[in-house]
Design a protein around this ligand. Structure first.
Ligand code: NAG
Ligand code: NAG
Length: 278
């Protein structure tokens, strides 16, 4: 019974507050990691989509791709110089040929399109194609999808679509929890009722315990509030269970029953006599 001390209520309140804090996911983000991205057409909604991606900022995210004899490394960075190359958002490095990396997209020509659990980031103004796609500038599309299990998954190169005359693009995929919808925290009315009931029970136990101990001066189990009442409830419940659940047919074996009830009728009185002096 010593467990039910007053500090218990205090610590319970602290737990409740801690849980609420976790649920609310109080987000304190600095909002300057994505400002380097220059949107092709500045708009508030597009900027807010970009801001969602902040946890991905300041990281060189790489992917290696081997395709037959060709072997490339791609480096992506959110609104920062990929692999240290000025203005580059996505670059492609040829692992064999010792030549300058190709810039696939630059973050001074950014577009951000977002849905409930995804963001499509488009970097334009890449290096021009030599022969394909009417020698237009390269473009990178990075599809970022919600995955609550990872801050930032591996970068996947999906395809390079360049067998056409215009609007060619490189497509990448990335999983991240940054684009997941925020879980709205609201404690359901059911839990509120549970919490209230729990508080009341605690107050009852603590208050009753203190009353019994300090004012009535009870000792041992009788410090438990309304001890006699609860013992009675327990006995009644046990009787009820016995009545409902006992598989033995009451009409059978009358001789045995008669004998046993006689014996039983005496015994409880004897037991009560033991309890009375307390
Ligand atoms: C990205 O890589 C380049 C080249 O290795 C390096 O100079 C730069 O500091 C890296 N940036 C970050 C944020 O790691
Ligand atoms: C982005 O920067 C590159 C390199 O300086 C430049 O060629 C390109 O025109 C710029 N794009 C935009 C949309 O400003």
């Amino acid at each position: 019974m010593e467990v039910f001390h007053i500090p218990r209520r205090g610590s319970m309140l602290m737990w409740a507050m801690a849980i609420q804090l976790i649920l609310c996911r109080i987000s304190v983000f600095a909002t300057d990691s994505t400002t380097a991205c220059k949107l092709i057409s500045e708009s508030k909604s597009e900027r807010s989509i970009l801001n969602k991606l902040e946890p991905l900022a300041h990281k060189n995210i790489t992917a290696d791709v081997t395709n037959g004899d060709d072997s490339y490394t791609y480096v992506f960075q959110l609104c920062g110089d990929a692999d240290g190359i000025h203005l580059a958002g996505v670059i492609q490095k040829d692992k064999k040929a010792e030549k300058k990396p190709t810039v696939i997209g630059r973050y001074n020509a950014t577009q951000a399109i977002g849905g409930s659990d995804w963001v499509m980031l488009i970097y334009g103004s890449g290096d021009t194609y030599d022969a394909h796609c009417s020698q237009e500038t390269r473009k990178a599309i990075i599809m970022i999808s919600c995955n609550r299990n990872t801050d930032m998954g591996p970068l996947e190169v999906v395809l390079e679509d360049r067998e056409r005359t215009r609007d060619c693009f490189y497509l990448f995929e990335l999983d991240s929890s940054a684009v997941c919808p925020v879980i709205v925290s609201h404690i359901s009315s059911g839990s509120i009722i549970l919490i209230i009931v729990f508080c009341l029970v605690t107050v009852y136990l603590v208050g009753g315990f203190l009353y019994q101990r300090l004012i009535v001066g009870a000792k041992g189990m009788e410090q438990f509030p309304n001890y006699a009442f609860w013992v009675e409830v327990g006995n009644l419940t046990a009787d009820g269970c016995d009545f409902v659940c006992r598989s033995k047919n009451r009409d059978e074996a009358p001789a045995y029953r008669g004998l046993s009830t006689d014996a039983l009728e005496e015994q409880p009185e004897e037991r009560d006599d033991h309890l009375l002096p307390m």
